[in-house]
Design a protein around this ligand. Structure first.
Ligand code: BG6
Length: 525
């Protein structure tokens, strides 16, 4: 894995620029291209991580000339690039943008694309290296790759590479994911496929690996002997916004769990890889996915909870019910909240529950992995008021705060022995300033240098769906009778709390909310 690190002197060590290449974006008219991809490329150029021999070809149905495309992105870069803007660089960058309109199903479009790419190679020295980004509806993923194959645009040679980046959703369930993998592999090798998950572009998600494996002191306690359970929360305040049509088909389980949340689980739970080579890391992640105990139909009823938001109760913030959102069926049984209890059946994690919850229209935007350690034997303190003392807790804060906190017990000053919980905090921004990236820089750069560590392999995607598909099946067969079952702006349905209460536990920060500032959690016991 190519890593940008700080030296002990605090000087940044940056990686090498990407190879000379052309990025072809299918579906270049969409929001992803405008808000993330083009600004991320610009940021890479600003950090000297983009080759000087680089170009972008946007392809979409919409009629537009290359000049109009350049003009559009000239404006968008100014709006969305997060790094410092320079007019010379913007000018250099926009001169490398090309556009062609075409139907994804039309073979002629691919012949035209091949000619354009040859011309771009000549003009910009891009050496025939191409990567194709599928920023389209998933129904086009396989047909586009098949057409690229037929047009000879996926053929590699000794000095030339061709890759394809596939966005989520990667299938709708195990069967469709397998079909898509098979269809892609009829045309390309696994090593040419980069299945992207934008969670892995987040610094704090990558930091889980650094935190666990660059420090000697945590690994010895990172197991069932010392850890009571793990809680993963991915909470969003937004509703489905203008994506009602997509969401009706997907639902929260498909949208968030087999991808983003499973990334957090695998990085938290995996064994140390033998190296940071792509397959060494991904082998260990895959083992965790295979070790997640599949839920039987009965388990789904007791260990998985679904919810759908109703209208909000706060008169100051008008929040409509999911069923009243645009493009949503007024009788919809699509879930907007999921909570579940998973077990990882291996030596390290046997009997340590992993609780996860995610949902739309929750009270705070907050993503974290909380590791709750086992309680100490408080025999020494039995004659003191300690009954409310919480066990040690380590929280990996992913967003919007980025950092790590550890809470432990300390003596409250005074003449009697009283204990309180205090926090030790690390905030990214204190050490490294605020990061100004879209989250796609690292992933695009990795693809340009052929590092697939942070991309999903076919077997990982399928293993993820194997866990989720039995739940989808039960939920499909049993229509929820109590939807909507949580008001917008609350922490999900009551059953989500009961899921933990049955085990004598509770969600961290419910009510007060987990997103309190990290230091404010001190003195709460
Ligand atoms: C996307 C989902 O993959 O991730 C969205 O489709 C969700 O529904 C988003 O809102 C969350 O990403 P982030 O980076 O805002 O946590």
């Amino acid at each position: 894995m190519a890593v940008s690190t700080m030296t002990e002197m605090g000087e940044p060590q940056v990686g090498r620029p990407g190879d000379p290449c052309v990025m072809v974006i299918f579906g270049a008219g969409g929001d992803l291209t405008r808000r993330k991809l083009i600004p991320a490329l610009y940021n890479l150029a600003a950090s000297n991580l983009l080759s000087r021999e680089f170009a972008v070809v946007g392809l979409a149905r919409e009629q537009m000339s290359t000049d109009q495309f350049r003009e559009k992105f000239n404006k968008d870069i100014k709006e969305f690039a997060t790094g410092a803007l320079s007019s010379d660089l913007t000018e250099w960058f926009t001169r490398r943008l090309y556009y062609m309109s075409g139907e994804f199903s039309d073979p002629k479009a691919y012949q035209q694309l091949a000619q354009l790419l040859q011309q771009v190679d000549k003009d910009h020295g891009t050496q025939g290296n191409y990567f194709y980004y599928m920023a389209t509806s998933p129904i086009f993923f396989a047909p586009i790759v098949q057409q690229l194959g037929t047009a000879g645009l996926m053929t590699e040679s000794k000095d030339v590479w061709r890759r394809v980046i596939v966005e989520k959703p990667f299938g709708r369930d195990l069967e469709t994911a397998k079909t898509l993998n098979r269809q892609l592999m009829e045309v390309v090798k696994e090593s040419q496929i980069y299945r992207i998950d934008h969670y892995l572009g987040k610094e704090t998600v990558q930091n889980i690996l650094a935190f666990r494996f660059a420090n000697g002191i945590f690994e010895p306690i990172w197991n069932r002997r010392y850890i009571d359970h793990v809680q993963i929360t991915v909470a969003e305040t937004v509703g489905v916004e203008n994506r009602g049509g997509y969401y009706e088909e997907a639902g929260t389980l498909r949208d968030m769990v087999p991808n983003h949340i499973f990334q957090l689980i695998t990085l938290t739970a995996m064994e140390p890889p033998i190296s940071f080579q792509a397959d060494a890391v991904r082998d260990e992640q895959a083992k965790i996915l295979h070790a997640i105990q599949p839920l039987s139909s009965e388990d789904v009823l007791t260990r998985a909870v679904r919810g759908q938001y109703g209208e909000g109760h706060d008169p100051a913030k008008r929040m409509v019910a999911y069923r009243s959102e645009s493009s949503v069926n007024p009788d919809s049984s699509t879930e907007t909240f999921v909570a579940m209890r998973l077990q990882i059946d291996n030596w390290r994690w046997a009997d340590v529950p992993f609780y996860l919850r995610t949902g739309k229209r929750l009270p705070q935007r907050h993503t974290e992995v909380a590791i709750q350690f086992r309680r100490a034997p408080f025999i020494l303190f039995r004659d003191t008021p300690v009954e409310r003392l919480t066990p040690n807790l380590m929280v990996l804060h992913i967003q919007p705060e980025e950092g790590i906190s550890l809470s432990f017990g300390a003596k409250v000053p005074g003449p009697i022995m009283r204990l309180g919980a205090v926090n030790m905090n690390f905030a990214y921004s204190d050490y490294f300033g605020t990061t100004s990236a879209t989250g796609y820089e690292r992933l695009l750069h990795d693809c340009m240098i052929g590092d697939a560590t942070l991309f999903q392999r076919a077997d990982m995607v399928e293993a993820g769906w194997s866990v989720v598909t039995p739940i989808l099946d039960v939920w499909k067969a049993l229509r929820p009778r109590n939807f909507p079952n949580y008001p917008a702006g609350t922490w999900g349905p009551r059953e989500a709390d009961e899921l933990l209460e049955r085990d004598g536990r509770h969600w961290r920060g419910n009510g007060a909310g987990p997103a309190r500032s990290m230091s404010a959690a001190a003195h709460e016991s």
